[in-house]
Design a protein around this ligand. Structure first.
Ligand code: GUN
Ligand code: FE
Length: 453
């Protein structure tokens, strides 16, 4: 008896950055650990025989397809209740008056449980299979978020946030001291590594200074040492807006990127949120250290004070994925962020001030396609986290969304006109809603099924 399971249907993915590969009615073989062991194409010699012999778990019908599960590189889990709220304020006012009072509430684990359970469920139902989460400064509630990811089958990378500078943070929401922040971070790392023993899809601890302005030099250095000692992921905000960029220049006489590197925080498996102001010199440091950027296009439209030149950074060789930045970004959907990534890049290229002559209005060669943006949300995320996810191929986790273009709630008809594989995917990326996400699988396990709702 075979121990493998089989899935059959059309596949869209980008095994090479930004290059769409379409596999018609492929047969995907998955081992008991949820890893893809073979993708048999319709043109392969053994295809017919393999299809006859396979006991197929899920065979898609016409109008349905597999997409890789999305990888969200930047979510503030505690800010979920605040999604869509107070977005007319500048970042520092939004943080001080709205966000910090909300995040302080997670001292109460009952409140945390309620919010985190809902958030993880909602992200899964939008096709997001892996998430890099900021929690709060609280050890217990941060551990709870990781446990909820494990229970619900999502691949979670979770950080207890550090904000240890008493000068920079409100008394009601900061670490008790630098020593306490470091000691609790280490305790958090060890607890998550223990929890990971019972999480087949993986759960990972993440070293998480909120951003340079909220941390002391000792705090940042201590966190850099912990990241080194345990060889784990790091996340923070880096050069998000003009204020942060200038603040760090003033304090250190260096860019945010250089400062993070000095403290040992710019490294392999480090994901820097936003990076809107990083220069080509900073980009070279990202490449040298193996760090990546989490592009958060909806949030950036509100708080960045500019548009990040994604196309140029990618050309330079910087690894980039996509993030919602709940709740700086109001939408929990990476579909929405894919669209905004395209639109922001188009506005950067064309420019926005029509009183200027057309040729001096924008930044040439800046636009990305919707397929590029899809690649950021899938392969880009996997590359940034250095995990075998985001592509449907041998050796990668079977993390997929089953898309149904014929769902009655939101049918996506092509009227037999636009039938190329690229057109089919474009239509899905621009027009699909939750109605069209029929099932979601993480590491070979079904974690969302619309039928069951
Ligand atoms: N910089 C520091 N904290 C935050 C946050 O919570 N959201 C955003 N967008 N930027 C930040
Ligand atoms: Fe953020």
């Amino acid at each position: 008896m075979t121990t493998e399971s089989y899935f059959k249907g059309d596949v869209f993915h980008t095994p090479t950055d930004g290059k769409l590969e379409f596999l018609e009615d492929a047969l995907i073989q998955v081992d008991p650990a949820g890893i893809i062991t073979k993708v048999i194409k319709k043109t392969d010699k053994q295809y017919e025989k393999a299809c006859q012999q396979a006991d197929i778990t899920l065979s898609l019908s016409k109008g349905q397809c597999f997409l890789p599960g999305f990888v969200d590189l930047h979510v503030h889990a505690p800010q979920w209740p605040q999604a869509g709220i107070a977005l007319d304020e500048p970042l520092n006012v939004w943080l001080d008056e709205c966000t910090f009072p909300l995040e302080a509430k997670y001292a109460d684990t009952d409140f945390a449980q309620q919010v985190y359970e809902d958030l993880v469920t909602q992200l899964l139902s939008r096709g997001t299979t892996t998430v890099l989460y900021f929690a709060t400064i609280h050890l217990e509630a941060s551990l709870l978020l990781a446990k909820i990811c494990v229970e619900k089958g999502q691949r979670g990378l979770v950080g207890k946030v550090v904000m240890d500078d008493p000068q920079a943070n409100p008394d009601f929401y900061r670490d008790a001291s630098t020593e306490a922040a470091l000691q609790e971070t280490e305790q958090f790392i060890q607890s998550i590594q223990k929890l990971a023993e019972s999480a087949p899809q993986g759960v990972y601890p993440v070293v998480t200074p909120r951003f340079v302005p909220s941390c002391t030099d000792e705090g940042l250095a201590g966190l850099g040492a912990l990241a080194q000692k345990y060889d784990i992921h790091v996340q923070t905000h880096c050069s998000e807006g003009q204020w942060e960029h200038d603040f760090v220049q003033e304090r250190f006489g260096k860019t945010d990127t250089e400062v993070l590197k000095d403290f040992g925080l710019l490294k392999e498996k480090a994901v820097m949120a936003h990076g809107n102001f990083i220069s080509p010199q900073d980009g070279a440091l990202f490449i040298e250290t193996g760090a990546a950027v989490a592009h958060c296009p909806i949030s950036n439209a509100y708080f960045a004070n500019g548009v990040i030149p994604i196309k140029q950074l990618k050309k330079q060789g910087v690894t980039i994925g996509l993030g919602t930045d709940i709740s700086g970004g109001f939408s929990p959907s990476l579909y929405d962020n894919i669209k905004q990534a395209v639109m922001s890049s188009r506005m950067l290229e064309d420019g926005v001030d029509v009183t200027r002559a057309q040729h001096e209005r924008g930044v040439a060669d800046s636009r990305i396609s919707v397929i590029d943006a899809f690649s950021l949300a899938t392969k880009g995320g996997g590359d940034a986290l250095q995990l075998p996810i985001g592509v449907i191929k041998e050796g990668y986790a079977f993390d997929v969304q089953v898309i149904d273009s014929r769902n009655q709630g939101n049918p996506l008809p092509d009227f037999g006109v636009f039938t190329t594989s690229e057109a089919r995917l474009q239509k899905i990326l621009y027009l699909a809603t939750m109605q069209n996400i029929r099932q979601v699988w993480v590491q070979g396990k079904k974690v969302h099924d619309k039928q069951g709702e």
